[in-house]
Design a protein around this ligand. Structure first.
Ligand SMILES: Nc1ncnc2c1ncn2[C@@H]1O[C@H](COP(=O)(O)OP(=O)(O)O)[C@@H](O)[C@H]1O
Ligand SMILES: [Mg+2]
Length: 229
């Protein structure tokens, strides 16, 4: 082997070992990111229970007592309906913070519940087509649920859409989720991602998932996630 060839071979070996180290570091970082997201979920679950058992219980008591009194005057009837709305909001917040339906019944019922809860009150009609493989890891279910949640909240908050379609399917070892709204859309190059979009992007990378957001003014918004399982 000539000197040049030897030199080339050692550069190649160095390159390969650097690449290996980079891959290893990447894998460690990804594990760390997954742990952080799991920790965030368990903090949310704690907070959700406290909301439900604390303020939620107090408001339940208050609402019942005001209901009993509500026949006595229109003012008491108004107070009863305000307390009832507050109770509804606290329950909704607590459930969205930690959707126990995901643990109890699985991703499909949880996604249908999410659409119902977020879209029906807003009079947005929706369709959902969900076809899931039998056993998907829990952390992937949580990832897909949280991405759907953030996307649908954005639809409600920003899109002025009248219809939304949520489709979830799988092919080989990849799950694909599409959420499409027919709203006003936005220029993805001009609009800075806020906390919501940044967080679903970070979350997707922790699971080697691809997140794609296609939108144009007047043309609605499509969010697509593909995740290997
Ligand atoms: N479905 C949508 N329709 C129209 N605009 C959207 C939609 N989703 C996101 N956007 C735009 O992207 C921006 C960033 O979203 P996000 O990161 O979730 O932050 P936030 O919801 O707090 O504003 C929004 O403020 C909005 O301008
Ligand atoms: Mg948002």
């Amino acid at each position: 082997m000539s000197d040049v060839e030897q030199e080339l071979a050692s550069i190649k070996a160095l390159q390969a070992s650097l690449k290996q180290r980079l891959d290893d570091d990447q894998a460690v970082l990804q594990q760390l990111a997954k742990r952080l997201w799991a920790q965030q979920e368990s903090e949310k679950a704690k907070l959700s229970r406290e909301l439900h058992d604390g303020i939620g219980q107090l408001l339940t008591g208050l609402t019942r007592r005001l209901q009993a009194l509500s026949q006595q005057s229109p003012e008491l009837a108004t107070l009863h309906s305000i307390a009832d709305m507050a109770l509804h909001d606290v329950r909704q917040l607590s459930r969205l913070m930690s959707p126990t339906i995901l643990d109890d019944l699985g991703l499909k019922p949880a996604l249908n519940w999410l659409c119902r809860n977020l879209l029906e009150d807003e009079a947005i009609t929706y369709e959902s087509h969900i076809d899931l493989p039998a056993d998907i890891p829990k952390d992937i279910s949580i990832l897909l649920f949280r991405i759907a949640q953030e996307t649908l909240v954005n639809t409600v908050k920003h899109s002025a859409a009248s219809t939304v379609t949520l489709s979830l399917g799988h092919h080989h070892n990849v799950i694909r989720l599409d959420i499409i709204d027919n709203g006003k859309g936005f220029d993805t190059k001009q609009v800075e991602p806020g906390i919501g979009l940044s967080s679903i992007n970070d979350r997707a990378s922790a699971f080697s998932a691809q997140l794609e957001l296609i939108s144009a003014i007047g043309k609605g918004t499509r969010t697509t996630v593909t995740v290997p399982i």
